[in-house]
Design a binder for this molecule. Sequence first.
Ligand SMILES: C[S@@+](CC[C@H](N)C(=O)[O-])C[C@H]1O[C@@H](n2cnc3c(N)ncnc32)[C@H](O)[C@@H]1O
Length: 266
Amino acid sequence: MFPGPRVTTPDEFSRFKRQIKDKTGLDLESYKSQQLERRILAMVKQADQPSLGHFYRHLETSPAALRLFLDKLTINVSDFFRNPERWDHLAKTILPDLARQRPKLKLWSAGCSIGAEAYSLAMLLTEMNRMATSSISATDIDDTSMKQAKSGLFSDYDLKGLPPHRLKQHFITQPDGMHQISEPLRRAVQYRVVDLLKDRYENNVDLILCRNVVIYFTEEAKAEIYRRFYHSLNDGGILFVGGTERIVAHREAGWTMISPFFYQKS
Ligand SMILES: C[S@@+](CC[C@H](N)C(=O)[O-])C[C@H]1O[C@@H](n2cnc3c(N)ncnc32)[C@H](O)[C@@H]1O
C-alpha cells in the first residue's frame, strides 16, 4: 500500500473535477470543496493510487471503480423517521392540514437514498387513510441506494429508528433476517434517478422533503436548488428540510417559515 497520495494542488483538483464532469455529468464544483477534497483523497489512498491523476486513470479504465467512487461520494446515510420529533410534527400538523385542503396529494422525497424517507411518508399516509389519493415520488442521484429502496429490503441496522409497532404493521421478516416493506407500500413509491444539480424537477408538488442532501453543496448551489423547489411546489406547498438546514433570506425568496424546518410557498 502507498503511504498516501502526494500533496494535491488546486489545479489538479480542478482538472479532476472537470474530467469527472465530462465523463459522468456530475458537477463536483457545486459541492463544498474542503469536505469533498478530503473525501476524494481518502478514496485515492484507499485505492492505493499515488496521485489524483493516477486515480482518475484508474476510474477511467475500471467501470466498477468509477461506480464505487460515485457511490461513496454521495454519502447515503438515512433512517426511517429521522429526527422523530419533526416527523411527529409532520404527522400531527403538516400532513393533516395539507390533506384537509387538497383532495389529492403529491409528495416528493428528493435525495431519498435507500428510501427510508419515502416509505416513512407512505406509512403515515396509510395510517391516515390517504394513500389511495396520494402519490409519492422519490429521487436520488445514486442508482445503487435506489436499488435497495426499490427492493424494499432492510436490515435491522437500517430499521434502527423505526418504532416496533410500525415494524410489525408494515414489514415482513424474511428467513434470512432481512425485513421487506409490505407490497402496497412498495407500490406506493415511484423511484427515479435525478441529479438535483441538473435534471428536471417534479412539478405541482404539495410537499417536498429534501433533508441532509444540500449540506454537501456550495451556498450558490443550495440557493438554486431551493429556488427550483419553490417552482416545483403548488401555492401553499411545503418544503421540509434537514435538522441543520435553513433557507437563507427565505422571506425575500417568497417562503414563510411555518415552524422550524418547514417552509411554505407563500
Ligand atoms: C445523507 S443522504 C440523505 C437521505 C435522506 N434524505 C435522509 O435525510 O435520511 C444524502 C443523499 O443525497 C444524495 N445526493 C447527493 N448529491 C445529489 C445530487 N446532486 N442530486 C440528487 N441527490 C444527491 C445522495 O446520493 C444521498 O442518497
